[in-house]
Design a protein. Structure first.
Ligand SMILES: [Zn+2]
Ligand SMILES: [Zn+2]
Ligand SMILES: [Zn+2]
Length: 309
């Protein structure tokens, strides 16, 4: 191994010692920087940002021909964009300079393009955690008696690949899995012919009054705990379930009940915007004052009497 010769002073490129021309200093000032010193070679310069006061290495031609960008200010903007939508910037993606890794409010790590986070901050896109979404979709499938396998092979992006408890693998639109309206092509079990329940649930939304949901499901408990509530802080209770011989019967009765409630209490329907953040419920929710009416309807069903709606 060659030892360094201490008698010879380390080579300092001549350019580094050369005074900086006043015209460069002026150009730096015009572009929002102070040229503090030369860099390691004659092409490099060090610029101090007027805005944040921090220094970065740049190139002479960048200063001459373009407007230098302060990397510290850029990173600060990324952090602010992230914070404004509840994300924490963890670090840049070493494999792609346009992407960063963030921690979402749910605790999961997500990867996003910096520009995308800016658009989310401006309200142009929704922020969704893929891990949480996967958990929700797995729960939807379990509720309906299926296992989520992954993306579809033959269908569009609204479809997923699932395995039934009989072992049969099939692709369905996710929307149909959410409402449990699916039939197994392997064993023939169908939502329409399998037993089901009509249910009435009560939800307490933070900073809002309670609301009542009427619906039907093959498995109301699983639907409540693993599918409808976005977080455990939401108080959700099943008030009553009535067994139906088939999903088809449950669906048809549920539709009639909603029709009757909409006719008689049109002002009691809660707009989805009020609970969208807390509940994965698209419609069919009413103000709590309708609870006795809905429970009375369900009691009537429970006695086997024909629904007088
Ligand atoms: Zn800066
Ligand atoms: Zn998450
Ligand atoms: Zn099956």
């Amino acid at each position: 191994m060659t030892q360094p010769d201490h008698n010879i002073s380390p080579a300092v490129p001549l350019a580094v010692k050369t005074p900086i021309p006043a015209s460069w200093q002026q150009m730096a000032r015009d572009k929002g920087f102070r040229l503090t010193r030369r860099g390691a070679d004659r092409y490099q310069i060090m610029l101090e940002c007027d805005h944040c006061g921090r220094e970065h290495r740049s190139k002479r031609n960048v200063l001459m021909d373009h407007t230098p960008l302060c990397p510290h200010c850029i990173e600060q903007r990324w952090r602010e964009d992230a914070r404004s939508v509840g994300l924490e910037l963890l670090h840049r993606d070493p494999d792609d300079h346009r992407h960063g890794f963030y921690r979402a409010a749910c605790g999961h790590s997500i990867r996003r393009q910096f520009g995308r986070v800016r658009q989310i901050a401006r309200g142009k896109h929704a922020l969704r955690c893929e891990t949480c979404l996967r958990h929700v979709e797995e729960a939807e499938a379990r509720t309906a008696g299926w296992e989520l396998l992954g993306p579809p092979r033959d269908r569009g992006s609204s479809y997923r690949r699932y395995r039934h408890s009989c072992g049969h693998v099939q692709e369905f639109a996710r929307a149909n899995m959410q409402t449990e309206r699916i039939c197994c092509g392997g064993c023939g079990v169908s939502w329409a012919t399998a037993p089901s329940f009509i249910y009435c649930m009560r939800f307490k939304i933070p900073d809002s009054s309670s609301m009542t949901k009427l619906g039907f499901s093959k498995n109301p408990r699983s639907r409540l705990h693993h599918q409808l509530m976005c977080s455990p802080e939401i108080g959700g209770t099943i008030l009553r379930t009535v067994a139906m011989s088939t999903g088809r019967a449950a669906q048809s009765l549920e539709k009639r009940m909603h029709g009757a409630l909409k006719r008689t209490h049109p002002n009691a329907i809660i707009p989805p915007a009020r609970y969208r953040e807390h509940l994965r419920v698209k419609s069919e929710s009413y103000e709590a004052r309708l609870e006795p009416t809905i429970l009375a309807m369900l009691n009537q069903l429970g006695t086997g009497a024909d629904l007088s709606v």
